[in-house]
Design a protein around this ligand. Structure first.
Ligand code: UD1
Ligand code: MG
Length: 449
């Protein structure tokens, strides 16, 4: 634990330009709320405390972060970034360094911060188009002031070095400078950035730490910028994956909204979407346009195109899809095959069992070497309750059968095609329910009236 670091996260702003009922910092970038990215960064620095400044739609933020160990500092009226940090002052301890992060700037990474060799700094970036940002006014190494776009004169507007918003300073000094802020500026706000000039006046200037990757300063004020942040984030994730040996067949088309961990020689085809926590073992292949959410697919698992998997675990190499839909609680063993238009839910399948075409398997425990014929349905729901189907090792279910749960199909049992099975079927026997095949000899085709 870094005993002396206190991270303050500003998240009280209204985010009006998002035109959304959802609080701005709760909007997702790469599947994770912006504020969570920032909070994760803060936590990765092992600070002694984290203070969250909340205000506008604060109840949404508090509900979202209910499990987190943070101090809550309310900013009742949003009177500016300086005013926001003032709300956190009661939590300051004199021996701390205070680091201010913005809840709506999720691209900053630990590497951007840990190599800065100063305890009092402002993180800056050089932008081709600095419009809208506060400009860094320097006297050599010293930052003498930050001037907001709206307060800047023509010469200041030419400056391309901008304020990321992230600053760090010793708590005692920061508290003193914050108490001297005024709102005598174009926006009538208490600017945190004015702290920089106050420090310079007392010969205690901030150091400018210039970011190597200027994208890291970007924040989201509207849906366009949010999409831009997402695109930058996706690009980072794809680059990381490829550097770690993952073959992305069409990198630009692959989105990761969450966390993807891969073994060696994983291949991800065009248009794949990853959500939540996904683990792919060595040699796993994901077919084009598949959606994989919260899955653990072990070495050798092959998913063919257009399959949708959620909450699936494989315990051995198996084949899935194309066009398979595997839902929560599906567990497949080595050698299993799930073919096209097969849906599973809360279903386990033993080794080498197959459902190759057009089936619904829900609430089912299926043994080894079982063959599920095309069109088989486990009727697990009576309209009120769900029931379980058990199919034992080696059973063969003929095509177009309905297994009305609760029901047990015995070991090596065969179910005749087209059967509706309402009672347990014994081991090693053929069970079927079919009316006798008849041909009506004097039947005539209907005639048009
Ligand atoms: C701020 C900086 C600017 C910098 C830019 C980087 C100031 C005065 N300006 O401008 O120099 O280049 O960020 O993006 O600091 N917030 C509160 N309470 C408030 C106002 C804001 O919590 O009363 C929070 C917002 O939720 C947001 C952050 O502070 O997370 C930044 O506020 P924003 O209004 O976006 O500041 P900018 O005008 O962009
Ligand atoms: Mg902003």
């Amino acid at each position: 634990m870094n005993n002396s670091l206190h991270v303050v996260i500003l998240a009280a702003g209204a985010g009006t330009r998002m035109r959304s009922d959802k609080l701005k910092v709760l909007h997702h970038v790469a599947g994770v709320a912006m504020v969570d990215h920032v909070l994760n960064l803060a936590k990765s620095m092992n600070p002694s405390q984290i203070t969250m400044v909340f205000g506008h739609q604060g109840e949404q933020l508090q509900a979202h972060l209910a499990e987190e160990q943070v101090n809550w500092a309310e900013q009742k009226e949003q009177l500016g970034t300086g005013h926001a940090v003032q709300q956190a002052v009661p939590f300051f301890k004199d021996d701390e360094q205070v680091l201010v992060l913005y809840g709506d700037a999720p691209l900053v990474q630990l590497n951007d911060l840990i190599n800065i060799d100063a305890s009092q700094f402002v993180l800056t970036a050089v932008l081709e188009n600095p419009k809208g940002y506060g400009r860094i006014i320097r006297d050599g190494e010293r930052v003498t002031a930050i001037v907001e776009e709206k307060d800047a004169n023509e010469a200041e507007k030419q400056v391309k070095e901008i304020n990321s918003g992230i600053i760090q300073a010793p708590a005692k000094k920061l508290k003193n400078w914050l108490s001297q802020l005024s709102n005598d500026n174009q926006q009538g706000e208490y600017y945190l950035t004015d702290v920089i000039a106050l420090a310079a006046e007392s010969q205690q200037s901030f150091k400018a730490a210039v970011l190597a990757d200027s994208d890291a300063v970007k924040g989201a004020n509207d849906m366009v910028q949010l999409a831009e942040l997402d695109a930058i984030f996706q690009q980072r994730i794809r680059t990381d994956l490829m550097k770690n040996g993952v073959r992305l067949m069409n990198p630009e088309s692959i989105d990761v909204r969450g966390q993807l961990r891969c073994g060696r020689d994983v291949v991800v085809d065009k248009g794949v979407l990853i959500e939540g926590e996904v683990m792919l073992g060595d040699g796993v292949r994901l077919g084009a346009h598949s959606v994989i959410k919260d899955c653990e697919l072990v070495a050798g698992t092959q998913v063919a195109a257009h399959s949708v998997l959620e909450g699936v675990t494989t315990t051995g190499a198996c084949q899935i899809g194309p066009f398979a839909r595997l839902r929560q609680g599906t567990v497949l063993s080595e050698g299993c095959k799930i073919g096209n238009f097969v849906e599973t839910k809360k279903t386990t399948m033993g080794q080498n069992s197959k459902a190759s075409h057009l089936s619904y398997l829900g609430d089912a425990e299926i043994g080894k070497e079982v063959n599920i014929g095309a069109g088989t349905i486990t009727c697990n729901y009576d309209g009120v309750n769900k029931f379980k189907t058990t199919i034992k090792d080696g059973a063969f279910i003929g095509s177009d059968s309905q297994l009305v749960a609760p029901v047990i199909i015995g070991e090596n049992a065969t179910i005749g095609a087209g059967s509706t099975i309402t009672k347990d079927a014994p081991d090693n026997k053929l069970t079927l329910s079919r009316s006798k095949l008849r041909t009506i000899s004097n039947w005539e085709k209907p005639k048009k009236i």
